[in-house]
Design a binder for this molecule. Structure first.
Ligand SMILES: Nc1ncnc2c1ncn2[C@@H]1O[C@H](COP(=O)(O)OP(=O)(O)OP(=O)(O)O)[C@@H](O)[C@H]1O
Ligand SMILES: [Mg+2]
Length: 255
């Protein structure tokens, strides 16, 4: 068994006294495509921020390649972040910079690549997401779905070992969503990348995942290969997968 790329154990995280994660444990092996499912507000984006070391847990441990993220020096944290690409739920492009300059930023700040090399990488990543020839445009000139794809291209410029996708296909049309799904799959198959994908889109989840985990009430309550996850006997998982209104999920909201 390979050493896990990411290992979270017994993580507790509260915001202003409200416990969001309560003993969450999750391990991700190299070349996996782990999909995390969970209700809105269950802590999925928070979990990704913990891996990046943007947030720190009150208890428990978060390791990237066997190193405790919480204990890393700023320099070490920066080096780790060069190996992790993050596709933000809301694009997070810098509005005063062109698309080209948004993509160039990590390359200029963190590598010593020449202008020509940087331009070539940018063209290649824009082509991967079907956004070639948009380099000179400003983020405000693009639709939400286009910005989302640019956010994905930006996450890939440093050829990361791990890519964290926060709702990569929310708000995209079905054709572009499929393009993104295939891109996520090909990243692992061709480039040896590991991915953690947060999504609400069930079809996409089952298509891309090598493993699916369900976050509920602060913990991972089920994790399995997609075909087994689909047959889960857990009532919460069943309700979520089938999108039904009756079941434990809304019951708990009411109480
Ligand atoms: N910086 C913060 N300060 C205070 N509360 C926060 C902060 N970030 C998140 N929360 C709270 O933590 C909970 C989990 O938020 P999170 O963004 O992780 O949810 P999510 O599962 O990604 O939801 P969604 O599917 O809607 O994106 C929410 O109740 C949210 O209000
Ligand atoms: Mg979120």
């Amino acid at each position: 068994m390979d050493t896990p790329l990411v290992e979270m154990s017994n993580v507790d995280l509260s915001f202003d006294g409200t416990r969001i994660l309560k003993g969450l444990s999750l391990s991700v092996a190299p070349r996996e495509r782990l999909v995390i499912l969970g209700q809105s507000g269950s802590g999925k984006s928070t979990t990704l921020r913990l891996i990046l070391g943007i947030l720190h847990p009150q208890h428990g441990s978060v390791k990237f390649k066997n190193e405790e993220v919480t204990h890393m020096s700023r320099a070490k944290l920066n080096r780790m972040r060069q190996k992790i690409g993050m596709v933000y739920q809301y694009s997070a492009l810098i509005s005063s910079l062109t698309i080209r300059d948004n993509l160039a930023l990590p390359l200029e700040e963190l590598t010593d690549k020449s202008r020509e090399e940087i331009d070539q990488i940018i063209e290649e990543k824009l082509a991967m997401v079907g956004m070639e020839d948009t380099g000179e445009r400003m983020p405000s000139e693009l639709s939400g779905g286009m910005k989302k794809r640019i956010g994905l291209a930006r996450a890939l410029v440093l050829n990361p070992e791990l890519v964290l996708f926060d709702e990569p296909s929310a708000g995209l049309d079905p054709v572009i969503s499929s393009v993104i799904d295939e891109l996520i799959i090909s990243l692992t198959e061709k480039a040896n990348t590991t991915s953690i994908i947060v999504t609400h889109e069930m079809d996409s989840a089952f298509k891309i995942a090598t493993r699916i985990a369900m976050l509920y009430q602060g913990k991972i309550i089920e994790e399995d290969r997609p075909e087994r996850f689909r047959r889960s006997e857990n009532e919460v998982v069943k309700q979520f997968v089938e999108g039904k209104t009756d079941g434990p999920i809304l019951e708990n909201k009411k109480s």
